[in-house]
Design a protein around this ligand. Structure first.
Ligand SMILES: [Zn+2]
Ligand SMILES: [Zn+2]
Length: 302
């Protein structure tokens, strides 16, 4: 390399520059939130998801289907424990030399009473990534379209407060690598004021930061009534202020949604101040520079 070349000072910058010159685009971001038919409400083979990821230039994908729950929690939307080995082989049969690299993960629900099972079972599976998600407040599946009417009879702010208390407990458990869709209660458009949101989210984010967890920027909210990425810009900024690392997830339930709207998620991350995201292997995170820009999903091949 000739003297005085500015790229000499920063190898990672040089690599990014080279990639853009070759392809006209930065490398895509990994997709760390993908479901499979094992959850009973997704479609396509794991190989189909990977094929779309390959066409879109996504370097790494992680399957994170819903965890089995031996106590019967939310049984309609997850595999039984006896089916878990099928899920494992559907994912691990794709772990070869080809691109994208395939990681083995799980979306583990947090609810009161879940910890006894999780504490024993999760470490024994050697997941690359364990997403921790809250989908229930007591017995109410607040993001389930079939239970949406319950929102009409509850205090919205009090409901969100209970939700963030559960997220804080989730973080304190130390069982998870990253929190999934951090403001899921907004799915149907029910929201607290910005001031109330900050007050209730800050303690939860403090505890996420203390335990070294990350959060995901989950683009599935764009496909839901709220029409917005999870979490909202306010929460992404609060996470950035606390040094909480981020990853990206499409929450795909069909192959064509892999990496969907990651260009918008990248903008959200950059506007909050992020310059890096994390990649993970066996629960160990490492930070990687964010791309400058990404092609919009509708321009990407299927
Ligand atoms: Zn979820
Ligand atoms: Zn999910």
């Amino acid at each position: 390399m000739p003297d005085g070349d500015p790229a000499q000072k920063n190898t990672s910058h040089l690599l990014i520059f080279k990639r853009r010159r070759d392809s006209g685009q930065d490398e895509m971001l990994p997709d760390y939130h993908i479901h499979t038919i094992m959850c009973k409400h997704a479609e396509g083979k794991t190989a189909d998801y990977r094929a779309v990821a390959a066409k879109r230039g996504i370097p790494q994908i992680c399957f994170t289907d819903h965890i089995p729950s031996p106590d019967g929690y939310d049984a309609d939307y997850r595999m039984d424990l006896s089916q878990f080995d099928v899920y494992r082989s559907m994912v691990t049969e794709l772990q070869d030399d080809k691109s994208p690299e395939v990681l083995f993960g799980i979306e583990a629900d947090y609810y009161q009473g879940c910890e006894t099972f999780l504490r024993e079972w999760l470490p024994a599976q050697h997941f690359d990534l364990i997403l921790g998600s809250v989908h229930y407040i007591e017995n109410w599946g607040f993001d389930n379209p079939a239970d949406r009417h319950v929102w009409d009879s509850v205090d919205v702010t009090a409901t969100w407060r209970k939700y963030f208390e559960l997220v804080a407990e989730l973080a304190d458990s130390g069982l998870f690598d990253a929190a999934g869709h951090l403001d899921l209660p907004k799915k149907f458009g029910h929201r607290p004021s910005d001031k109330a949101l900050r007050e209730m989210a800050e303690p939860a984010l403090d505890r996420i930061a203390e335990t070294g967890m990350g959060i995901e920027l989950n683009t599935s909210g764009l496909r839901k009534p709220v029409g917005e990425i999870y979490p909202s810009p306010i929460l992404v900024s609060l996470a950035f202020d606390r040094g909480i690392p981020i990853c990206f997830g499409s929450d795909s339930h069909r192959p064509e949604d892999i990496g969907r709207d990651f260009d918008l998620a990248l903008e959200l991350a950059r506007e909050a101040g992020y310059t890096h995201y994390f990649r993970i292997s066996q629960g160990r995170k490492r930070l990687v520079p964010l791309p400058e820009t990404l092609q919009a999903t509708h321009q990407q091949p299927l």
